[in-house]
Write a protein that binds this ligand. Structure first.
Ligand code: NAD
Length: 328
Protein backbone atom coordinates (compact mmCIF):
# COMPACT_ATOMS: atom_id res chain seq x y z
CA UNK A 1 0.00 0.00 0.00
CA UNK A 2 1.35 3.47 -1.12
CA UNK A 3 2.83 5.66 1.62
CA UNK A 4 1.81 3.04 4.09
CA UNK A 5 4.01 2.73 7.07
CA UNK A 6 4.30 -0.42 8.97
CA UNK A 7 5.00 0.14 12.62
CA UNK A 8 6.06 -2.93 14.45
CA UNK A 9 6.78 -2.71 18.06
CA UNK A 10 8.78 -5.55 19.37
CA UNK A 11 9.26 -5.88 23.05
CA UNK A 12 11.57 -8.68 23.79
CA UNK A 13 13.34 -8.76 27.09
CA UNK A 14 16.88 -10.06 27.07
CA UNK A 15 15.87 -12.44 29.85
CA UNK A 16 13.02 -13.95 27.83
CA UNK A 17 15.29 -14.35 24.83
CA UNK A 18 17.98 -16.01 26.92
CA UNK A 19 15.42 -18.33 28.53
CA UNK A 20 14.04 -19.22 25.11
CA UNK A 21 17.51 -19.95 23.79
CA UNK A 22 18.42 -22.08 26.80
CA UNK A 23 15.16 -23.99 26.62
CA UNK A 24 15.58 -24.68 22.90
CA UNK A 25 19.19 -25.68 23.40
CA UNK A 26 18.35 -28.02 26.28
CA UNK A 27 15.51 -29.63 24.31
CA UNK A 28 17.67 -30.12 21.19
CA UNK A 29 20.64 -31.49 23.11
CA UNK A 30 18.32 -33.84 25.02
CA UNK A 31 16.72 -34.96 21.74
CA UNK A 32 20.12 -35.84 20.24
CA UNK A 33 21.33 -37.53 23.40
CA UNK A 34 18.05 -39.41 23.78
CA UNK A 35 18.02 -40.54 20.17
CA UNK A 36 21.38 -42.19 20.75
CA UNK A 37 20.84 -43.59 24.21
CA UNK A 38 17.17 -43.94 25.10
CA UNK A 39 15.75 -45.71 22.07
CA UNK A 40 15.79 -49.41 21.33
CA UNK A 41 19.19 -49.03 19.65
CA UNK A 42 20.59 -47.41 22.77
CA UNK A 43 19.16 -50.16 24.92
CA UNK A 44 20.63 -52.89 22.70
CA UNK A 45 24.01 -51.21 22.85
CA UNK A 46 23.97 -50.69 26.64
CA UNK A 47 22.56 -54.16 27.31
CA UNK A 48 25.78 -55.67 25.93
CA UNK A 49 27.28 -54.71 29.29
CA UNK A 50 24.64 -56.58 31.32
CA UNK A 51 26.09 -59.55 33.20
CA UNK A 52 24.06 -62.77 32.75
CA UNK A 53 24.62 -63.71 36.42
CA UNK A 54 23.09 -60.38 37.50
CA UNK A 55 20.06 -60.96 35.32
CA UNK A 56 19.41 -64.39 36.82
CA UNK A 57 19.96 -63.47 40.46
CA UNK A 58 17.42 -64.97 42.93
CA UNK A 59 16.03 -62.69 45.63
CA UNK A 60 13.85 -64.94 47.78
CA UNK A 61 13.12 -63.41 51.19
CA UNK A 62 13.50 -59.82 49.99
CA UNK A 63 10.49 -57.55 50.45
CA UNK A 64 10.01 -55.14 47.58
CA UNK A 65 7.48 -52.33 47.20
CA UNK A 66 6.70 -51.04 43.71
CA UNK A 67 4.46 -48.00 43.33
CA UNK A 68 2.30 -47.62 40.21
CA UNK A 69 2.71 -51.33 39.61
CA UNK A 70 -0.41 -52.03 37.56
CA UNK A 71 0.91 -50.56 34.33
CA UNK A 72 3.95 -49.95 32.11
CA UNK A 73 7.37 -49.90 33.74
CA UNK A 74 5.99 -50.50 37.25
CA UNK A 75 4.20 -53.66 36.12
CA UNK A 76 7.33 -54.95 34.34
CA UNK A 77 9.45 -54.19 37.42
CA UNK A 78 7.06 -55.95 39.80
CA UNK A 79 6.82 -58.93 37.48
CA UNK A 80 10.62 -59.09 37.17
CA UNK A 81 11.09 -59.00 40.94
CA UNK A 82 8.38 -61.64 41.49
CA UNK A 83 9.92 -63.90 38.85
CA UNK A 84 13.18 -63.80 40.81
CA UNK A 85 11.41 -64.96 43.98
CA UNK A 86 10.95 -61.70 45.91
CA UNK A 87 7.91 -60.88 48.01
CA UNK A 88 6.37 -57.99 46.11
CA UNK A 89 3.89 -55.36 47.26
CA UNK A 90 2.12 -53.60 44.42
CA UNK A 91 1.00 -50.10 45.39
CA UNK A 92 -1.84 -49.09 43.09
CA UNK A 93 -4.46 -46.37 43.10
CA UNK A 94 -7.25 -48.33 41.45
CA UNK A 95 -8.50 -51.56 43.08
CA UNK A 96 -9.74 -53.28 39.89
CA UNK A 97 -6.62 -52.48 37.87
CA UNK A 98 -4.45 -53.46 40.83
CA UNK A 99 -6.22 -56.81 41.21
CA UNK A 100 -5.88 -57.50 37.48
CA UNK A 101 -2.11 -56.82 37.68
CA UNK A 102 -1.81 -58.94 40.83
CA UNK A 103 -3.42 -62.00 39.28
CA UNK A 104 -1.43 -61.58 36.01
CA UNK A 105 1.86 -61.46 37.93
CA UNK A 106 0.95 -64.37 40.19
CA UNK A 107 0.04 -66.55 37.24
CA UNK A 108 2.94 -65.54 34.95
CA UNK A 109 5.58 -66.01 37.67
CA UNK A 110 3.99 -68.72 39.83
CA UNK A 111 4.93 -66.57 42.83
CA UNK A 112 2.05 -66.27 45.32
CA UNK A 113 3.99 -63.84 47.54
CA UNK A 114 2.68 -60.89 45.61
CA UNK A 115 0.30 -58.54 47.42
CA UNK A 116 -1.79 -55.51 46.62
CA UNK A 117 -1.92 -52.23 48.56
CA UNK A 118 -4.32 -49.50 47.50
CA UNK A 119 -3.09 -45.93 47.76
CA UNK A 120 -3.57 -42.74 45.80
CA UNK A 121 -0.09 -41.24 45.82
CA UNK A 122 -1.37 -37.74 45.08
CA UNK A 123 -2.79 -37.61 48.60
CA UNK A 124 -0.61 -37.18 51.66
CA UNK A 125 -3.37 -38.45 53.95
CA UNK A 126 -3.74 -41.66 51.87
CA UNK A 127 0.04 -42.16 51.91
CA UNK A 128 0.06 -41.74 55.69
CA UNK A 129 -2.65 -44.34 56.18
CA UNK A 130 -0.96 -46.73 53.72
CA UNK A 131 2.33 -46.30 55.60
CA UNK A 132 0.76 -46.92 58.99
CA UNK A 133 -1.12 -50.02 57.66
CA UNK A 134 2.06 -51.33 56.11
CA UNK A 135 4.23 -50.55 59.14
CA UNK A 136 1.96 -52.71 61.31
CA UNK A 137 3.17 -55.73 59.28
CA UNK A 138 6.56 -55.00 60.82
CA UNK A 139 8.51 -56.44 57.89
CA UNK A 140 11.83 -55.05 56.70
CA UNK A 141 11.64 -53.32 53.31
CA UNK A 142 14.64 -54.26 51.18
CA UNK A 143 13.61 -52.41 48.04
CA UNK A 144 11.32 -49.46 47.48
CA UNK A 145 10.76 -48.61 43.82
CA UNK A 146 9.25 -45.14 43.49
CA UNK A 147 7.83 -45.66 40.02
CA UNK A 148 4.38 -44.04 40.03
CA UNK A 149 4.43 -40.92 37.95
CA UNK A 150 2.15 -38.68 35.96
CA UNK A 151 2.40 -36.10 33.19
CA UNK A 152 -0.78 -34.01 33.35
CA UNK A 153 -0.79 -31.33 30.66
CA UNK A 154 -3.41 -29.12 32.34
CA UNK A 155 -3.05 -27.49 35.72
CA UNK A 156 -5.16 -29.64 38.06
CA UNK A 157 -5.23 -29.15 41.82
CA UNK A 158 -5.68 -32.08 44.19
CA UNK A 159 -8.22 -32.07 47.02
CA UNK A 160 -5.30 -31.24 49.32
CA UNK A 161 -4.50 -28.15 47.26
CA UNK A 162 -1.37 -29.25 45.40
CA UNK A 163 -0.68 -29.13 41.67
CA UNK A 164 -1.22 -32.73 40.49
CA UNK A 165 2.14 -33.48 38.79
CA UNK A 166 3.97 -32.11 41.81
CA UNK A 167 1.65 -33.99 44.21
CA UNK A 168 2.41 -37.41 42.65
CA UNK A 169 5.94 -37.03 41.29
CA UNK A 170 7.50 -35.05 44.10
CA UNK A 171 5.35 -34.95 47.21
CA UNK A 172 4.01 -38.53 46.88
CA UNK A 173 7.48 -39.83 46.21
CA UNK A 174 8.94 -37.88 49.10
CA UNK A 175 6.26 -38.85 51.63
CA UNK A 176 6.36 -42.54 50.69
CA UNK A 177 10.14 -42.66 51.02
CA UNK A 178 10.25 -40.74 54.31
CA UNK A 179 7.50 -42.86 55.88
CA UNK A 180 9.15 -46.11 54.76
CA UNK A 181 12.55 -45.17 56.22
CA UNK A 182 12.02 -47.04 59.54
CA UNK A 183 11.22 -50.25 57.61
CA UNK A 184 14.10 -49.66 55.20
CA UNK A 185 16.40 -49.24 58.21
CA UNK A 186 15.32 -52.69 59.38
CA UNK A 187 16.68 -54.13 56.11
CA UNK A 188 20.00 -52.24 56.33
CA UNK A 189 22.71 -52.73 55.15
CA UNK A 190 20.81 -54.28 52.28
CA UNK A 191 18.11 -51.68 51.62
CA UNK A 192 17.63 -49.68 48.43
CA UNK A 193 15.33 -46.94 47.24
CA UNK A 194 15.14 -46.64 43.47
CA UNK A 195 13.33 -43.66 42.02
CA UNK A 196 12.28 -43.76 38.38
CA UNK A 197 13.09 -40.25 37.28
CA UNK A 198 13.42 -39.28 33.62
CA UNK A 199 16.02 -38.03 31.17
CA UNK A 200 13.33 -35.44 30.43
CA UNK A 201 14.71 -33.60 33.46
CA UNK A 202 17.58 -32.40 31.28
CA UNK A 203 15.16 -30.04 29.56
CA UNK A 204 14.54 -28.01 32.74
CA UNK A 205 16.80 -26.56 35.41
CA UNK A 206 16.23 -27.04 39.14
CA UNK A 207 13.73 -24.47 40.33
CA UNK A 208 12.10 -23.53 43.60
CA UNK A 209 8.76 -22.78 41.89
CA UNK A 210 7.75 -26.35 42.67
CA UNK A 211 4.10 -26.07 41.70
CA UNK A 212 4.63 -23.88 38.64
CA UNK A 213 2.37 -21.26 40.06
CA UNK A 214 4.23 -18.01 39.66
CA UNK A 215 4.15 -17.37 35.92
CA UNK A 216 0.51 -18.10 35.10
CA UNK A 217 1.36 -20.09 31.93
CA UNK A 218 1.22 -23.70 32.95
CA UNK A 219 3.22 -26.12 30.83
CA UNK A 220 2.68 -29.76 31.87
CA UNK A 221 5.77 -31.06 30.08
CA UNK A 222 7.99 -28.43 31.67
CA UNK A 223 6.45 -29.15 35.08
CA UNK A 224 7.09 -32.89 34.62
CA UNK A 225 10.73 -32.17 33.71
CA UNK A 226 11.10 -29.96 36.78
CA UNK A 227 9.57 -32.65 39.00
CA UNK A 228 11.94 -35.27 37.64
CA UNK A 229 14.88 -32.97 38.32
CA UNK A 230 13.68 -32.53 41.92
CA UNK A 231 13.45 -36.32 42.33
CA UNK A 232 17.12 -36.63 41.42
CA UNK A 233 18.11 -33.76 43.72
CA UNK A 234 16.20 -35.37 46.62
CA UNK A 235 17.79 -38.74 45.88
CA UNK A 236 21.24 -37.15 46.07
CA UNK A 237 20.35 -35.61 49.45
CA UNK A 238 19.03 -38.89 50.85
CA UNK A 239 22.03 -40.80 49.47
CA UNK A 240 24.28 -38.41 51.31
CA UNK A 241 22.31 -38.56 54.56
CA UNK A 242 22.12 -42.37 54.60
CA UNK A 243 25.49 -43.28 53.10
CA UNK A 244 26.75 -44.81 56.35
CA UNK A 245 23.40 -46.23 57.41
CA UNK A 246 23.03 -49.07 54.97
CA UNK A 247 20.32 -47.62 52.70
CA UNK A 248 21.31 -46.95 49.11
CA UNK A 249 19.40 -44.29 47.15
CA UNK A 250 19.38 -44.38 43.37
CA UNK A 251 17.55 -42.53 40.64
CA UNK A 252 17.38 -43.77 37.09
CA UNK A 253 16.02 -43.05 33.63
CA UNK A 254 14.29 -46.08 32.12
CA UNK A 255 14.81 -45.14 28.47
CA UNK A 256 11.96 -44.27 26.13
CA UNK A 257 9.55 -47.10 26.76
CA UNK A 258 6.23 -47.54 25.01
CA UNK A 259 3.78 -47.59 27.90
CA UNK A 260 0.13 -46.66 28.48
CA UNK A 261 1.40 -43.54 30.28
CA UNK A 262 3.38 -42.30 27.27
CA UNK A 263 0.55 -43.19 24.86
CA UNK A 264 -1.83 -41.05 26.94
CA UNK A 265 0.34 -38.09 27.85
CA UNK A 266 2.56 -37.77 24.78
CA UNK A 267 0.74 -39.41 21.85
CA UNK A 268 2.83 -37.46 19.32
CA UNK A 269 6.06 -38.54 20.94
CA UNK A 270 4.82 -42.12 21.05
CA UNK A 271 4.35 -42.18 17.27
CA UNK A 272 7.55 -40.28 16.56
CA UNK A 273 9.61 -42.64 18.69
CA UNK A 274 9.05 -45.30 16.02
CA UNK A 275 11.23 -43.23 13.68
CA UNK A 276 14.11 -44.16 15.95
CA UNK A 277 13.39 -47.85 15.41
CA UNK A 278 12.40 -47.95 11.74
CA UNK A 279 12.47 -51.71 11.41
CA UNK A 280 9.25 -53.54 12.14
CA UNK A 281 8.73 -56.02 14.93
CA UNK A 282 9.13 -59.59 13.82
CA UNK A 283 6.06 -61.71 13.80
CA UNK A 284 7.53 -64.52 11.76
CA UNK A 285 5.74 -67.71 10.93
CA UNK A 286 7.73 -70.96 10.80
CA UNK A 287 8.25 -70.77 7.00
CA UNK A 288 9.85 -67.34 7.18
CA UNK A 289 11.82 -67.86 10.37
CA UNK A 290 15.24 -68.57 8.83
CA UNK A 291 15.18 -65.72 6.36
CA UNK A 292 13.87 -63.44 9.05
CA UNK A 293 16.72 -64.42 11.39
CA UNK A 294 19.24 -63.61 8.65
CA UNK A 295 17.66 -60.20 8.03
CA UNK A 296 17.69 -59.57 11.78
CA UNK A 297 21.41 -60.36 12.00
CA UNK A 298 22.22 -58.00 9.12
CA UNK A 299 20.12 -55.28 10.68
CA UNK A 300 21.81 -55.72 14.07
CA UNK A 301 25.22 -55.40 12.40
CA UNK A 302 24.05 -52.28 10.53
CA UNK A 303 22.64 -50.82 13.73
CA UNK A 304 26.01 -51.39 15.43
CA UNK A 305 27.89 -49.51 12.71
CA UNK A 306 25.35 -46.69 12.55
CA UNK A 307 25.38 -46.44 16.30
CA UNK A 308 29.18 -46.06 16.47
CA UNK A 309 29.06 -43.50 13.67
CA UNK A 310 26.34 -41.46 15.40
CA UNK A 311 28.13 -41.72 18.69
CA UNK A 312 31.42 -40.30 17.36
CA UNK A 313 29.51 -37.46 15.72
CA UNK A 314 27.62 -36.82 18.94
CA UNK A 315 30.83 -36.78 21.00
CA UNK A 316 32.38 -34.14 18.73
CA UNK A 317 29.27 -31.94 18.86
CA UNK A 318 28.73 -32.36 22.58
CA UNK A 319 32.34 -31.50 23.31
CA UNK A 320 31.99 -28.36 21.22
CA UNK A 321 28.82 -27.15 22.91
CA UNK A 322 29.69 -28.34 26.41
CA UNK A 323 26.73 -30.67 26.88
CA UNK A 324 27.84 -31.51 30.38
CA UNK A 325 26.11 -28.29 31.48
CA UNK A 326 22.83 -30.13 31.07
CA UNK A 327 23.55 -31.60 34.47
CA UNK A 328 22.82 -28.34 36.25
N1 NAD B 1 7.81 -44.62 29.54
C1 NAD B 1 8.85 -43.82 29.39
O1 NAD B 1 9.38 -43.66 28.29
C2 NAD B 1 9.41 -43.11 30.59
C3 NAD B 1 10.55 -42.32 30.40
C4 NAD B 1 11.09 -41.69 31.49
C5 NAD B 1 10.54 -41.85 32.74
N2 NAD B 1 9.41 -42.59 32.90
C6 NAD B 1 8.88 -42.73 34.26
O2 NAD B 1 8.58 -44.07 34.53
C7 NAD B 1 7.53 -44.16 35.48
C8 NAD B 1 6.45 -45.11 34.97
O3 NAD B 1 5.86 -44.54 33.81
P1 NAD B 1 5.17 -45.41 32.67
O4 NAD B 1 5.71 -44.92 31.38
O5 NAD B 1 5.25 -46.86 32.99
O6 NAD B 1 3.67 -44.83 32.77
P2 NAD B 1 2.29 -45.53 33.18
O7 NAD B 1 1.27 -44.45 33.16
O8 NAD B 1 2.05 -46.72 32.33
O9 NAD B 1 2.56 -45.96 34.67
C9 NAD B 1 2.48 -45.04 35.72
C10 NAD B 1 1.90 -45.71 36.93
O10 NAD B 1 1.79 -44.74 37.97
C11 NAD B 1 0.52 -44.85 38.53
N3 NAD B 1 0.03 -43.61 39.11
C12 NAD B 1 -0.12 -42.40 38.53
N4 NAD B 1 -0.67 -41.54 39.39
C13 NAD B 1 -0.85 -42.21 40.56
C14 NAD B 1 -1.39 -41.88 41.80
N5 NAD B 1 -1.91 -40.67 42.05
N6 NAD B 1 -1.41 -42.82 42.78
C15 NAD B 1 -0.94 -44.07 42.55
N7 NAD B 1 -0.44 -44.46 41.37
C16 NAD B 1 -0.40 -43.53 40.39
C17 NAD B 1 -0.40 -45.25 37.36
O11 NAD B 1 -1.62 -45.79 37.82
C18 NAD B 1 0.49 -46.27 36.67
O12 NAD B 1 0.38 -47.52 37.27
C19 NAD B 1 7.02 -42.74 35.69
O13 NAD B 1 7.58 -42.21 36.88
C20 NAD B 1 7.57 -41.99 34.49
O14 NAD B 1 7.78 -40.63 34.78
C21 NAD B 1 8.84 -43.23 31.86
Amino acid sequence: MKNATLHIEIHISIRALTMFFLKTWRASAFGVYGYLNFTRNGFLEHSKKFQPEDMQMRIEGKNCIVTGANSGIGFATAEGLASRGATVYLVCRNKERGEAALSKIQSSTGNQNVHLEICNLSSISEIKSFASRFSSKDVPVHVLVNNAGVLEQKRVTTSEGFELNFAVNVLGNFATTELMLPLLEKAAPDARVITISSGGMYTAPLTNDLQMSSDGNFDGLEQYARNKRVQVALTEKWADMYKNKGIGFYSMHPGWAETPGVAKSLPGFNKRSFICCPFPHYKCTAGFREISELVKRVQTQLYGWLYSLKRSWYLVVSTLIGLKHLNT
